[in-house]
Design a protein. Sequence first.
Length: 438
Amino acid sequence: MPELFDPQLIKAFKADKKWLETTKIPIVTVFGTNREDIKGWHGMKENENLPDVVLSRAHFSMAFGTAVQAWGGGIDHHKAWLVDPTNYVSSKHWQSLLLTENIGKTIARYPILKTLKDLIDKFGRQKLPILDSITPPLLYLTAKIKKPILSFHIAAGNLLIEQGKTVLQVITDPHVRYDYLKHVEDKNLSYCVFDQATKDDLLEKAAIAGKSIDPARIIVTGPPIDPRILDCRLKKPAWRSGTLKLCLTTGGLGTNKTELLQILDLLLPELRKKNKDLQLLIYAGTHRDIAQAVKKMAKESRVTLSPLKKTKAKLRLIYHPQIVDANELLIKYGFAWAHGFITKPSGDMAYDAVASGSFLLTLHEWGEWEAVIRQRFEELGVSRRATVNNLLAQLTSLKATQHNTSSFIERAMLNSHKLDTLYLRGAEKIIKAYQKIA
């Protein structure tokens, strides 16, 4: 057991291990920390003000959404349990974790460092700086588990395969990194993939690498969507006229901060006008610096930043220092409310936004997988690239109707309501895939 100094965290660590061993579906991911919420889940006092270390919203939201699907209601550790070994990184490895987060945030906020990020991506997730840090707690948590383990992060999945575990690995994007091929021939490893094209990509890359895999071990499930987000689409008619509700979002590392603030700068003068054509909700996630920047810009522009509960207000902000709470606020006030999302084409935001019945305007992509995601959703007719420098003119065009035809926004939202179940029922299908191999 890694050395920890927080008595409550040690107690939670042991409880997580027990629940993971006894649950019907053990789920492992790597997104960062949610230590205070874990304490609350185990009946201990939690501090809502302590910030989480967050590396990825996607690796949290997809795994958590699948757990929510398995629970079918309130949290039930008998049906499924989710752990992230990052929560139990030892004290001596803590600085390595903070360094990883700081490097990621710096790259995500400054486009000039994009080339460095591309090099890191090519370097591979198996070389993550925190890999040595998460290995001891991961092995401790899973040591006695005999049943298959559902993995939402390739680094965790590969470590578990090397320990002789049976793993169902979710490839969360329509893009296959070579990290996924490390143990592709191991019969204890199966995959859930985005679509048939992703399955073909996996088979092709395995063949090129001189490795073979039974196609039956690759199950097409679609992306995992929190079922509560699917509920949002039921009460969201397509926009035709009147107030346009937009949600401007960042990701787990605060990606596209420069673009986000540039867009806010363009829209604030419109929000200051007396007309009611636009409402804006900004999701800053767990990023205090982005939240502070939004507050400062709103104050300087004399635009009132209203409480979240005022859903008819012109400008609101979602910020919470902890990922679980930030995610819950996004579902309640973002996905349930917005006609459209302006966001990078990442797996978490893009999948969830269209599943909620909204349209997309995508910011600059930060990796090859995001370029593929952007292309997929443009082909589905639910997404366009955002013209950040001239967004107002673009929005005017997208709202316009010509020759008795509907606007792009209306058509895109209607298309999002007609999505194939492939893009909606992934969490359900992943659970069924798990049950077949269990």
